[in-house]
Write a protein that binds this ligand. Structure first.
Ligand code: AMP
Length: 613
């Protein structure tokens, strides 16, 4: 081993372009020290890997022996893929064209990511064939790649079983099985699929399991399928990434959306993922944000694979600033430089908080994970603190003036950093100078800054303080921003009607039905919350009587239709937005928040975005 490692270094020294600096650099490269071949080191150096991450430093020497089963406890984003991927590239025989390693992971996104990463690591090794096997894409291509001959199969469990069921793959040569994000796979109900897949692989293979948490079920898998595994933990068990700051904001349910936007406005360069509890909430918040001029889009299970890919592409390329997602849809998302994760609603399973917050502070960067909580959710915060072993910092919802100040200095900063297209600009400069000649430098600066700043000033002047103290909040039932709570609030009254989706109403149908019977305009109707056998809907206070009168004596398919002022607050807990004239339209009522076409990337350049205007 030692000799091999020295000769590797020596051979590289001799061939390193005759450049001494290169030779010294590679001689000192810690990945070479760990025993990774120089072709791979070259490839990962191109990817910017200078030194191993803690999990790589610990796992690689163990996995390179190839003799042990292995359990690695590490958070997402800590470099797990290379921790198992680099040793795999050392262990496999690429002159053979048969599967020798199987990597199982929970989601399509992660599957593609791992396959792509492995290919990048193997860029300078000949004949390496990796196939990504996942659902939601034509199986034909995947089968063709397998037939052509692959050494590494990266798969989600469902599709893998499908392929095994077709007798389309031979696992007799598999020497390594990697279970990545094992806790997530079990969370998603893949336990039985994993059992079935593992039973198709040879007895003497080695199993390497990676997991962010170690619940009993994962422990059971380790016991069942592994022999004396070497167990390594990076950070504290079940602990979130150290580089994440956890913050929470206490807000009344009805102010939640406004508070959320204020936080977003307070971070002008935010590149964030916003988590909601349900698909509907995800969709509604994204729609509300888009209407308010934010550069946002949603990612949830009701979208087709193609739509999801499109959203992810925009996000990855930073043409999207806020990704509004459900837990399931956002699993496995690996986008670097996410600045903030915002829990618009905390997850039902507090364990999921770790997965959510792990989307920021990847690859050694820092990040902020924010939770918006009502009084009754404070208990959840304490629970999460115990799980992650870290305290949340309670933050005050910024005042309007603070947001304006932040925005102003962001504008100043952008003016400073903007790339001037000298050639094109010079053609217009004389004319511009002439039109501005009567203004002093100070006046010009003030006016340019005001172009953006005025919208915020106007929106936030007289903006109320959205903070509550914890005592007050305990009585708060978590009603959401758009909802009116018990009956009446802010000019809208929330009504109940005993018809719903089981009566074949869509929200559009219901809107029409309310307007026809109440003889009111659609503009008077706010949020419609369609349930199974009933619906909550909002109307402006001035038309409540019309609605009661209009529905008086009406029946629907022989059933008498009942309309009442809503007394039930639960129906209002999800996000939502007024169909017309929402109360809190954000600072950009007249247009898109990012005037000028796209959200600013971190180099200060404008990127194209389709969402404007
Ligand atoms: P992973 O946990 O494998 O998803 O990795 C998270 C991110 O960290 C990916 O973008 C990797 O490319 C990056 N990464 C992994 N290992 C290193 C390293 N040693 N140095 C720098 N970046 C790394």
């Amino acid at each position: 081993m030692q000799q091999d490692y020295i000769s590797k270094k020596y051979s590289y020294l001799c061939t390193a372009l005759g450049n001494n600096a290169y030779c010294i650099f590679y001689f000192m490269n810690p990945f070479l020290e760990l025993g990774i071949r120089h072709e791979v080191v070259n490839a990962i150096t191109e990817l910017g890997f200078e030194k191993p991450s803690p999990i790589q430093e610990k796992a690689i020497p163990v996995l390179l022996t190839g003799n042990d089963d292995f359990v690695g406890l590490a958070q997402t984003g800590t470099g797990k893929t290379a921790a198992f991927g680099l040793p795999l590239l050392e262990q496999l025989d690429f002159s053979l064209k048969q599967p020798q390693a199987l990597v199982l992971c929970p989601t399509r996104e992660l599957c593609l990511q791992i396959a792509r990463d492995l290919e990048k690591f193997a860029k300078f090794i000949d004949n390496v064939h990796v196939v990504a096997v996942y659902g939601g894409a034509p199986i034909g291509d995947q089968l063709r790649q397998i037939r052509r001959g692959v050494q590494i199969v990266v798969a989600t469990p469902g599709r893998m079983l499908d392929i095994i069921g077709r007798n389309a793959i031979d696992f007799s040569g598999v020497r390594y099985v990697v279970l990545d994000e094992a806790d997530e796979m079990l969370n998603m109900g893949f336990q039985e699929d994993i059992n079935n897949i593992l039973s198709e692989t040879p007895e003497d293979k080695k199993t390497w399991l990676f997991s962010a948490t170690m619940p009993r079920e994962v422990r059971r898998i380790a016991q069942k399928y592994m022999t004396d595994p070497v167990e390594l933990t990076v950070g504290t068990k079940n602990t979130g990434n150290e580089n994440i700051e956890h913050q929470y904001y206490l807000t009344r349910g009805r102010d939640k959306y406004a508070a959320f936007k204020r936080i977003v406005d307070f971070y002008p360069d935010i590149f964030g993922i916003v988590f909601c509890r349900t698909k509907i909430e995800t969709q509604e918040i994204a729609e509300a944000l888009i209407k308010d001029g934010y550069n946002a889009d949603s990612l949830h299970g009701d979208l087709s694979q193609q739509q999801r890919d499109k959203v992810m592409k925009r996000y990855r390329e930073r043409n999207l600033q806020l990704l509004i997602a459900t837990d399931v849809a956002a699993r496995g998302i690996d986008v670097n430089d996410v600045t903030h994760v915002i829990n618009y609603s905390l997850p039902d399973e507090v364990e999921n908080y770790t997965h959510r917050s792990g989307r920021t502070a990847r690859a050694g960067k820092t990040g902020i994970s924010i939770a918006l909580v009502s009084g009754k959710d404070q208990g959840k915060i304490r629970h999460i603190e115990k799980i992650i072993g870290k305290s949340f910092v309670r933050k005050s919802i910024p005042q309007g003036t603070e947001v304006c100040e932040k925005q102003l200095f962001s504008i100043v900063n952008n003016v400073h950093n903007v790339e001037v297209q000298e050639e094109q600009m010079n053609a217009f400069l004389p004319q511009i100078m002439e039109s501005l000649q009567d203004l002093s430098k100070e006046e010009v600066i003030k006016r340019f800054a005001s172009l953006e700043f005025n919208r915020f000033l106007e929106y936030y002047q007289n903006a109320p303080d959205l903070n509550i103290d914890a005592r007050e909040s305990r009585g708060d039932r978590g009603r959401d921003s758009f909802g009116s709570g018990r009956g009446r609030s802010n000019g809208y009254t929330r009504l109940f009607i005993n018809l719903g989706s089981v009566d074949d109403f869509s929200r559009g149908d219901m809107l029409g039905y309310i307007c026809n019977n109440g003889k009111i305009s659609g503009k008077s109707v706010g949020k419609i919350d369609l349930k199974g056998v009933f619906t909550f809907f909002e109307v402006t206070d001035d038309v409540v009587e019309n609605v009661f009168q209009g529905f008086n004596g009406v029946d629907f398919n022989g059933r008498s239709v009942r309309v009442e002022v809503s007394g039930d607050e639960r129906g209002n807990e999800r996000g939502g937005r007024r169909r017309s004239g929402g109360r809190d339209r954000g600072p950009s009522r007249g247009g898109n928040r990012n005037r000028g076409g796209g959200f600013r990337d971190f180099s200060g350049k404008r990127k194209e975005s389709k969402s404007r205007y």
